[in-house]
Design a binder for this molecule. Structure first.
Ligand code: 0A1
Ligand code: ZN
Length: 877
């Protein structure tokens, strides 16, 4: 068990390692409960160190023997590691330890999943494999020998030799221990190859359990596309003879970028049209790209310490989102990313778990693999790129790779390359890394009409497309912005941040009079004027969501309707629709006599019927803000959210829309019908996304008749699942039968059965969600040890907003019961799931009391893990 007495680590306490490692040899003699690991490590003093203490991390290891330069030594061992008297100069350390992969349910270090051995070492789990300086600034080449009777034995780098019962691998690139990996099992491969830009041939493999071989082709294509893209866009070439991917059923996260041997949660790599949805395909493509891109941003250049996590994660998320934009639709990707940011990162940044993109302290680093480090970290890079421009960004990145290849780097190093390339002072920009919380941006406008005494200005002639009637005037339009970031834990007062605000101005008849212009805000309050206008323009603000802020502007309904109809920026056009939807629901929530805003629904119908627009984009326009987002919106306006009222208001909106649009539905359905064979590309999946939204509306009217037909005839999981969702929602009488049929069809496919678990909970009515989840925990296929299944059941409950927040507290109690059980087995997944309670202070006093008592119940669990103790402590603080 981990030590649960809280010990806080601070960025400011960083000191360089006393000893560096020249090279590492590891030998694994694999056995489920008694794997022997021997290590031979060449240590040399670090000339930059201030102390010479010799300390090796090590946890849950049985030390068999250790030697220094061949002489047996007796170190002092604690639960965290060991210390030992060592020579003044270079020496060779040898140790043998024993570990038990089969009983390792935490899935950290070396563990077993469905009969195979695999590892997960990031962030600090190599220390559960052997004694070692387990910190990212200690980098070394590794040689690994694996001994077992399993047919496939893999590690990092290139294969060196193999024989009956053994295999040897060598990774020539120095790396930190967190990138170490080993896999052994009865696996089969989907092979391919890639020729790099300099003409080197790289062997590619996706390794899976024998029954999964038919699910590898898409992942392999995604890998080759990623390799090519990174060469073309970032000039980055792959650097080993072989690249292996392995699919593992039991995995805490999505995937892991171990050098030359990426290990994936099987849900993040395995796909087939019959078993995977379009969303699964898109996610898989993005995760494969993400892990591959880490080879340069993370592996070749790694992090000096874990506080710098965003250095590799923010950048790699940014790179994978660029990749997806290039492979698919850039506007759709941007909107999807913003939806995700608001759903996951904003609540984090505005609640008790708020922390800077580069945190300054932690107890358990596993708790900092967050939306703030990843997604806000990527937003910060997007802002930097906007500010310096594409060309300077490319030069800065080239310099970054050139200057820091082989380094364990910091955010200071990262910003310095931008400063050197652009001569900009990024001191203020750096606040994005140190200041937590979401900035709020208030906007006011002022119009000074044409002054006949002044000669007409020609300023706007820069835009030759601007119509004559608005150019050449003397009117001035001024936008005044005020930024303010509310206090967050440990940070009361905030300084102004650099905000890149992209704006465009439209004339009242829809022409763009000022095309997208970047305003660079640096003050707490700042005005920007546009002159030479003949008429007051309509502003289109924060185009492309150019900064991760909350825009506070109560625009009129007319203005939003205008932008929905005319905005030339696809993001702000979508945002106008979102604002209208939010306003309509808010109106109904605060005044129950009000129904849905029909004018908006009419306007939206016009846009959604526009066949010139990408169906995927139209599907996004159709999606109403979720219940959680509405709860947050109410909270921001000082209103305590009532989950049941939010649920019923949202349902009423969906129902009203379906009824109003009834006559259009068959035509829309017809328009997006796909007749060609299934392809998971942007074009077809956009049509299916719009088709699913139409099916939902149709099902509200025909009680599932069309959905039943689709369920019976679908030849792909996307349509089968969207039909099943509608049947659960709208055909209460028969839904049990469909649920059974689906199970019978797919009972042998774990990933599909995860969907089956999830859908029954996420689609359950609020009064039934907790019972549905509880019932499923009793199902023979429920497996507490499998994170995917746990999330599909209990994570889905937390996503069912009104069901989870049911007034009697049944949702909270059920989740807490299971988190207490899971903590003993898997602290990391338990801790991550505790974050569903983070927004608890939004709700009424009764709900708050119920949540608090459940959190206290978790906190009181004997032997609570350090991971969960930290999370619950922060949430309750
Ligand atoms: N670095 C991986 C994700 C990852 C992070 C932490 C893990 O264990 C604590 C496991 C995987 C990525 O960004 O894809
Ligand atoms: Zn990553």
């Amino acid at each position: 068990m981990k030590d649960s007495s809280p010990q806080t680590i601070y960025l400011k306490d960083y000191t360089p390692p006393a000893w560096l490692v020249e090279d590492v040899h590891l030998t694994f003699r694999l056995a489920p409960r008694a794997t022997r690991v021997t290590s031979r490590v060449r240590f040399v003093p670090n000339p930059e160190a201030t102390a010479r203490e010799f300390f090796l991390h090590g946890e849950e290891l049985k030390l068999i023997s250790c030697h220094i330069d061949g002489r047996s030594v007796t170190p002092e061992v604690t639960p965290e590691g060991l210390t030992c008297d060592v020579p003044d100069g270079p020496f060779t350390w040898e140790a043998e330890v024993e570990i038990s992969p089969e009983t390792n349910t935490a899935l950290e270090g070396l563990y077993m999943s469905s009969g195979m051995y695999c590892t997960q070492c990031e962030a600090e789990s190599f220390r559960k494999i052997t004694y070692y300086p387990d910190r990212p600034d200690v980098m070394a080449p590794f040689t690994v020998r694996i001994e077992s009777d399993l047919p496939v034995m893999l590690s990092n780098g290139n294969p060196v030799a193999q024989g009956q019962g053994w295999a040897e691998w060598h990774d020539p690139w120095k790396k930190p221990s967190y990138l170490f990996a080993l896999v052994a099992g009865n696996l089969v491969n989907h092979p391919d190859s890639f020729t790099t830009m300099s003409g080197r041939e790289v062997e590619l493999n996706i390794w899976v359990r024998p029954g999964d071989l038919h699910k590898c082709a898409f992942g392999m294509e995604a890998l080759k596309k990623s390799m090519k893209w990174d060469e073309e866009v970032y000039g980055r070439e792959y650097d080993l003879d072989i690249f292996n991917i392995v699919a593992v059923d039991d995995f805490n996260m999505g995937a892991m970028e171990n050098k030359g041997l990426n290990i994936f949660n099987s849900s993040a790599v395995l796909a087939s049209p019959e078993t995977s949805t379009d969303a699964n395909f898109e996610r898989i493509e993005a995760i494969i790209a993400h892990e591959y891109f880490h080879n340069w941003t993370g592996n070749r250049i790694t992090c000096r310490d874990w506080f710098q996590l965003c250095l590799k994660e923010g950048l790699t998320v940014y790179r994978d989102s660029q990749f997806t934009s290039d492979m698919r639709s850039a506007p759709v990707k941007r909107i999807s990313d913003v939806i995700d940011l608001r759903a996951r990162q904003f609540p984090e940044d505005q609640g008790p778990l708020s922390h800077p993109v580069r945190p300054e302290s932690f107890q358990e680093i596993n708790n900092f693999y967050t939306a703030t480090v990843y997604e806000k970290g990527a937003e910060v890079i997007g802002m930097l790129k906007r500010l310096v421009g594409d060309e300077a960004y490319a030069r800065a990145l080239d310099l970054y790779f050139e200057r820091h290849d082989g380094d364990a780097a910091t955010i200071e190093d990262w910003l310095k390359v931008f400063e050197d390339v652009t001569d900009r002072d990024l001191t203020q920009f750096k606040r994005w890394y140190s200041q937590s919380g979401t900035p709020r941006l208030k906007v006011t406008e002022e119009w000074t009409p044409a002054d006949a005494s002044r000669p007409p200005s020609r300023d706007l002639a820069a835009n030759p497309e601007a119509p004559d009637q608005v150019r050449g005037g003397t009117g001035t339009y001024t936008l005044t912005f005020e930024q303010h970031t509310p206090p967050t834990p440990g940070q009361r007062d905030k300084a102004p941040q650099v905000l890149p605000i992209a704006v465009g101005l439209l004339t009242p008849n829809g022409d763009e009079v000022v095309p997208t212009t970047l305003l660079e805000m640096t003050e707490a309050k700042q005005s920007f004027s546009f002159d030479g206008l003949t008429r007051k323009p309509v502003p289109s603000l924060l185009r492309g969501f150019s900064a991760p802020v909350v825009l506070e502007r109560e625009a009129s309904r007319e203005e939003r309707l205008f932008l929905l109809a005319h905005d030339t920026d696809s993001f702000t056009r979508w945002e106008a629709s979102r604002d209208l939807a939010r306003a309509s629901m808010l109106g109904a929530l605060t005044d129950p006599s009000k129904g849905p805003d029909r004018t908006w629904l009419e306007a939206l119908r016009g846009v959604v019927r526009d066949t010139e627009l990408d169906p995927a984009y139209r599907a996004l326009l159709l999606a109403l803000p979720g219940e959680n987002e509405m709860a947050q919106t109410l909270h921001e306006r000082g209103i305590t959210p009532d989950p049941e009222a939010i649920h019923s208001t949202r349902q009423a909106h969906l129902q009203a829309r379906a009824e109003l649009w009834q006559a259009n539905l068959p035509i829309l359905a017809e328009e997006v019908a796909v007749t060609a064979p299934y392809r998971p590309d942007a074009e077809q999946s956009g049509k299916r996304a719009l088709g699913a939204a139409v099916l939902d509306m149709q099902s509200r009217i025909d009680w599932g008749k069309t959905a039943a037909r689709q369920f019976e005839t679908a030849d792909n999981m996307t349509q089968q699942l969207s039909a099943l969702a509608c049947l659960i929602r709208y055909d209460a009488k028969n839904s049990a039968r469909y649920i059974r049929d689906f199970y019978d069809q797919w009972k042998d496919d774990r990933l599909v059965i995860d969907k089956w678990f999830m859908l029954q909970v996420s689609e359950a009515t609020p009064d039934r969600a907790a019972e549905a989840a509880e019932g499923l925990t009793q199902h023979p296929d429920f497996d507490l040890k499998n994170p995917n299944r746990f999330r599909a059941t209990l994570g889905a409950l937390a996503m069912n907003h009104a069901g989870f927040h049911r007034a009697d507290g049944a949702g909270y109690a059920l989740l807490a019961d299971w988190l207490i059980r899971l903590d003993t087995l898997n602290p990391q997944t338990t801790a991550r799931m505790c974050s569903v309670f983070q927004a608890w202070r939004r709700y009424d006093a009764d709900r708050q009391a119920l949540i608090r008592s459940n959190l206290e119940r978790i906190a009181a669990k004997p032997d609570l893990s350090r991971d969960v103790a930290e999370m619950v402590g922060r949430i309750l603080a």
